[in-house]
Ligand binder design. Sequence first.
Ligand SMILES: Cc1ncc(COP(=O)(O)O)c(C=O)c1O
Length: 462
Amino acid sequence: MEQKILLKESDVPRQWYNFAADLPTPLLPPLGPDGNPVSPDMLAPVFPMNLIEQEVSQERWIDIPDEILNILYRWRPAPLKRAVYLEQHLKTPARIYYKDESYSPPGSHKPNTAVAQAWYNKQFGIKRLTTETGAGQWGSALAFACKLLGLECKVFMVRISFEQKPFRKIMMQVWGANCVASPSSETNAGRKVLEQMPDTPGSLGIAISEAIEQAVTDPSGTTRYSLGSVLNHVLLHQTIIGLEAKKQLEYAGEKLPDVVIGCAGGGSNFAGLAFPFAAEKINGAEMTIIPVEPAACPTMTRAPFAYDFGDTACTTPLLAMYTLGHAFVPPPIHAGGLRYHGMAPLVCQAIVEGLLEPRSYHQNKCYEAALTWAATEGAICAPETSHAVAAAIDEAQKAREEGKEKVILLNYSGHGLMDLSGYDAFLAGKLTDYELPDEDLQKFTKELENLPKAEIRKTGKW
Ligand SMILES: Cc1ncc(COP(=O)(O)O)c(C=O)c1O
């Protein structure tokens, strides 16, 4: 039996898959400050028009330019591996496959979209990109992409991660980016937060406000903002993961998986793997599709579906999504990439439809799963990825109890070699589990009552 299912470069998909074309109920439109849907032109100061076109596209397939593919070949096609040693350890009849996105130079799935976004910006004449980063994975991915494409890159890194993960900052510097801790004194948004909360650990919402502010206030007009998750075009670029995995499962002699799993911060690696399979579910296939989040930031499992801003300073359009509220300041758990207050609208609408079954886990359980993974498969996974690993272990154990030969597919979104401080704290028994109290959930989501209501629309088929 093959442990690795490898593709040729010629097998890499030539088109991305746009889930919006198959979503049974369309997304609610993003709204502007006046409560009316935003037009593509209104996004133009923030994103280049070629990416805005992808953001609003209803085309099912979108061509991947050859120049982008040529850069992706540095690490794509990514291997699909069978977790045979974990299977043996769990004594499960399940066959567990994982798509290994840790192979990219920055170490995660994030460069799949970073390269695409940097390329489209460059085509549009943009010289500099600004962005935010949580764990530093996205910042390092964009720094890498900008270096290869000759763009300048500015990264606002959530302060708690900036302090916990100095090596990610150094990676960004090696790839030529300028990385500062957020909130910073460089922007109005950052200064305002620092005045009110000088000791804040920061949040992705604050860092996004800072990065957007710097992009839209550049007098030369050649700076744009780049987001590493949440938006439709980002999820689109990540579908290369699921499209490759589908081919690989076929080569392995498998039909469709029974269970598809990904961790979800803003939803991009989960959607990248899951959407090509969710399309099969829409067409009648039976499948359990599970996005996993931390119990400390329970966006999909406990938050309301509502219109909310994507950032703390309320500068973005309003998106219809599950949200903990834009003022949410997450607890400093170690999965820095899973602390965003919202979730990709496409993922949220798929949840509303009943196509997905989100769940949440505490961080100690996830680190235990990561240690089991390291002891069996060998690799040390990112703290975010450990949420998917924990769910895969639970599903494999369930298959054993039920005596069922299930096929479980998970996204191994990144390695954890730059995140060892979390492992250190876990091994020293210093990690505490944190469940967001109901009072805090109510406090942070209170402001949503003053925003337009998001209607729940579903076909009721799933
Ligand atoms: C390794 C890894 N996995 C998952 C995530 C979560 O992001 P998303 O939900 O967009 O995939 C991150 C975010 O930083 C990450 O670094």
